[in-house]
Design a protein around this ligand. Structure first.
Ligand code: PDD
Length: 279
């Protein structure tokens, strides 16, 4: 397995980061995850644009332009012979003596990339449908930034896993915000696709945007509004989206069956459209 660290491709076993890295000490960094299907990156320009925006929001200089990132990602995918899975990219504020305040301007950011092989298009869970468990959203107020500070999501997803579910739906003030690592969608009994509008309360999902476009191209109605767990329990269908799951049908939320416990027809159609687009 070959990984990338600060300008070098090297075997995973030889890749190390100093203990004073601010990503390690303060979670002072940003990450991105792009899908790879048939050896090719999926919707990667949008992921790189979000990476650039997240870095700018916390004042870390982006060490590469989009073309530079793409070259590195493609080389990493090729060196690992990756056909299906994800590329993980992380940029932290670099290595410096522990101090909350930013290090001096010349401190180079730490850049790490690796690949993970994973069935995304061929994930058998998509045929069965996923179970979801709700948890209170305990995160900070800038969830639009793809920060490596993921403790709330770690706890949320561990809670879900312990309950036999594959995703946690986080809620705040009675409304669903998003999944632990995905965007939440429901489909109403009259066939409208509902997802929360973009704000600082959620991450602007790249898959979310692609799925909304595909749905609108099909003449389907997409409604951007917050929805409650109660509404989700009574929805015709539900699904979540992410680079590592694409469109994942949900068949159960907090033990309540959604759509008769089967992946819904509209969700399956959206998954099919996304797979066609990504292939
Ligand atoms: N997570 N919301 C949150 C909180 C996420 O962490 C993610 C992605 C998404 C979906 O965004 P996108 O469609 O751009 O992948 C929404 C990645 C996959 C992760 O943390 O592994």
């Amino acid at each position: 397995r070959i990984v990338y660290v600060n300008g070098r491709f090297l075997p995973y076993e030889e890749a190390t980061i100093p203990i004073m890295d601010r990503g390690f000490l303060f979670a002072d960094g940003i990450y991105e995850v792009s899908a790879v299907l048939n050896g090719r990156l999926v919707d990667n320009e949008a992921h790189l644009a979000r990476l650039d925006r997240s870095l700018a929001e916390i004042g870390i200089r982006n060490p590469h332009d989009a073309a530079g990132w793409t070259r590195l990602e493609e080389e990493l995918v090729a060196r690992n012979g990756l056909k299906e899975g994800v590329v993980y990219m992380q940029v932290t504020r670099g290595v410096a003596e522990r101090d909350f305040v930013f290090p001096s301007d010349g401190t180079p950011p730490t850049v790490v990339m690796f690949t993970q092989a994973k069935s995304i298009a061929a994930n058998p869970l998509a045929d069965r449908g996923a179970k979801v468990v709700s948890v209170e959203d305990l995160r900070w107020k800038r969830r639009d930034i793809k920060s490596v500070a993921l403790l709330a999501q770690v706890l949320a997803k561990q809670h879900a896993a312990a309950a036999g579910a594959s995703e946690a739906w986080m809620h705040e003030d009675g409304f669903v915000t998003e999944g632990g690592s995905s965007t939440a969608f429901i489909i109403t009994q009259d066939g409208r696709i509902v997802t929360r509008p973009l704000s600082t309360a959620i991450l602007p999902g790249i898959t979310r945007r692609a799925v909304m476009r595909l749905a609108e191209e099909q003449g389907l109605t997409v409604e951007e509004r917050a929805f409650t767990l109660e509404e989700a329990f009574g929805a015709a269908e539900a699904f979540f989206t992410s680079a590592s799951a694409f469109v994942m049908p949900i068949v159960e939320i907090d033990g309540r069956r959604i759509g008769g416990g089967q992946p819904g027809p509209l969700t399956r159609r959206l998954r099919g459209l996304y797979l066609e687009m990504a292939a």
